[in-house]
Design a protein. Sequence first.
Length: 488
Amino acid sequence: MSSSTDTHQPDGLDRGFFGQPRPLANLFGVEMWERFSFYGMQGILLIYLYYSTAQGGLGIDEATATGIVGAYGGAVYLATILGAWLADRVIGAERTLFYAAVVVMLGHIGLALIPGIAGVGVGLCLIALGSGGVKANATSLVGSLYAEGDERRDAGFSLFYMGINIGAFVGPLLTGWLQENKGFHWGFGAAAVGMFLGLVQYSIGRKRLPDDTRVVPHPLQPHERTRYVVLLVAAVVVVAVLALTGVLNAGNLSDWVVAITIVAAIGYFVLLLTSRAVSAVERSRVWSFVPMFVTNAVFWSLYQQQFTVVTVYSDKRLDRSFGDWTMPVSWVQSINPIFIIALAPVFALVWTRLGPRQPSSPVKFGIGTTLMGVAFLLFLPMPAGDHAVSVVALAGVLLVFTLAELFISPVGLSLSTKLAPATYHTQMVALYFLSVALGTAMSGRLAAYYDPDDETGYFLLIGVVAIVVGLLMIAANRPIRRLMAGVH
């Protein structure tokens, strides 16, 4: 380890970036550009799938298209397993982040240059694999900047989350404008350029990250390499056979992602709870994460409908006309990031000022999920009819989305690093993202039941279920905190 405490190991005295460690600025930047490309592409993906060929789209059935988007989103978070494994066992978190970002860029290039469904298949597979590596390891790297017990951690993650949403705000605006004026593939190309800029920026500052981010915590032994190569080849063969025989198809992708995510999550929990490398205290903390895993999955199954149901809603139910100008559908995706950018610093300040008096993580999870259910109930009084809902009214609903998100999402990222066993640090982050994967895939599955002409039952049932889950989490606060063994 280097003796330079200000750049190579967590140091409570380093407050060079808005009171946070200086390397947070570099991670803030690369995640901003990665999210620019990710959300910019996702802002136009669904309409590209179901718009007619005359409109520049692929003309896929709407229910199938929402299922593809949900499955893709779930696969992104499912891929954090691979990203975490590479970091913990092969090349370390810092190098995995860099190479994963390169794969993301190649995926966007594929979407931009390869026409038709082939471009969607190649592009989305590469982006999902690469984004999984970026997400798990960027979060882990942020956590590495803080010593245990540093109360700036939640505030630092909130600032990091603001960087994510600056990219998420600008991305859909640019890709949406390009889609409207130049075509879908120009929008996908802009996403590729954004990821390239992120790579350049990260390359300049990556040496300032702590040295231990380049260390492989649990190196793969030589005798294990053949086994994992065989497993990888077998997995590819199985997927190919399932696809060629029609068992795996565009219509049931989200179901497959849900099933695989559940199996993977159970496997991860079993690994962490039975490993001899996990102490009794660490095992108790892993148990505490079980109810929060479930609650988080419920939250994201609603929240991620911004890219399925809310996109369809914006296309068909929203009045996007302002005089002679009609706002692109994808621009609706930039409303939530505006609120995040405005409110994330407020939340960071509140958590910092409250310090040990702030609500516990289970309570924050419960409040966030309850608010998410309330947001869905707010769709009920909206006026009926095509293009009858004002942008202002939808923005009000998305404000509640934002408040819910700020209670649970940055807190969940931080919590996964605080509860993580020392030997499985990055893989605990991947377990958190598996809950997001499950919720995201479910958002695509649930969207198949949404009907713009008969939406009351849909919004009512989903909203009430989320509220009940959130209230149960708040009620279970004390026993969960006992299992957390001192983690707040």
